[in-house]
Design a protein around this ligand. Structure first.
Ligand code: PGA
Length: 256
């Protein structure tokens, strides 16, 4: 049984003070839904404050990115060692980092391996852009991103990985992929690729999220799909009542 996982990716939103206030408000409202794993991914500047506010709770913390080296001359970067004790999860390969920070598949793969080596659980984000989607390249492209992102990752680490399928054309646009469509790509391009790489058991245990304009109003629809195990959520995760509604919908449809 795969435990559903909802992760809020706050991107470049909320100050330290706003972040801490948000999780203090959110925590008591999502605590009852223990059959759904819940993660908030605040900006780096708020990680320590949020981790402190959530210490001992079952609302988990994720970082939005990391560098693959432990330390060194990488101005502005945050290493896996620095995340120790602050985050359990880390988003890797988000399309905004691939696009604006020019993160290649090779960089994403180094980050996945560095996260795992330091006991962090990567949420590996993959997804095609609009042109690729319209050209019918979605399955082959997403599958190649999965293969590249996981290169050199041993089977025994796969239990610590979550994959998020986020079609770029659906992120922050209000133009979401239909639940059916998303499930089909998740099954064929992600779960089947992982099965080819690691076998049926690993593929069946892997948690795969959908992301891209997920809202309280469409969450239940996604969660009703057999291969969708949760969501990576941007906009709707910034509002306490929406976050709670997402978790509630996941618990209702698929609470483990
Ligand atoms: P969105 O963002 O929910 O605002 O579309 C999702 C994401 O980028 O993770």
């Amino acid at each position: 049984m795969r435990v559903p996982i909802i992760a809020g990716n706050w991107k470049m939103n909320k100050t330290l003070e706003e972040s801490v206030r948000f999780v203090k408000d959110l925590l008591p409202l999502v605590e009852p839904f223990r059959n759904v794993e819940r993660v908030v991914c605040p900006p780096y500047i708020a990680l320590a404050g949020v981790a402190d506010a959530l210490m001992g709770s079952n609302l988990k913390v994720g970082a939005q990115n990391l560098h693959w080296e432990e330390k060194g001359a990488y101005t502005s970067q945050i290493s896996p060692t620095m995340l120790d004790g602050l985050a359990e999860y880390v988003i890797v390969g988000h399309s905004e980092c691939r696009e604006y920070l020019h993160e290649t598949d090779d960089i994403v793969n180094r980050k996945v391996k560095a996260a795992l080596a330091h006991g962090l659980k990567p949420i590996l984000a993959v997804g095609e852009n609009l042109a690729q989607n319209e050209a019918g390249e979605t399955l082959s492209f997403v599958s190649s991103q999965v293969r590249a992102g996981l290169a050199g990752v041993p089977a025994e680490e796969m239990a610590n990985i979550v994959i998020a399928y986020e079609p770029i054309w659906a992120i922050g646009t209000g133009r979401n992929a239909s639940a059916d469509q998303a499930n089909q790509i998740i099954r064929s391009a992600i779960r089947d690729t992982v099965e080819a790489l690691y076998g049926a058991e690993v593929a069946a245990a892997l948690r795969i999220q959908y992301g891209g304009s997920v809202k309280p109003g469409n969450m239940a629809e996604y969660m009703s799909q057999p291969d969708i195990d949760g969501a990576l959520v941007g906009g709707a995760s910034l509002v306490v009542s929406d976050f709670v509604a997402l978790v509630e919908a996941a618990a209702r449809v698929k609470g483990a």
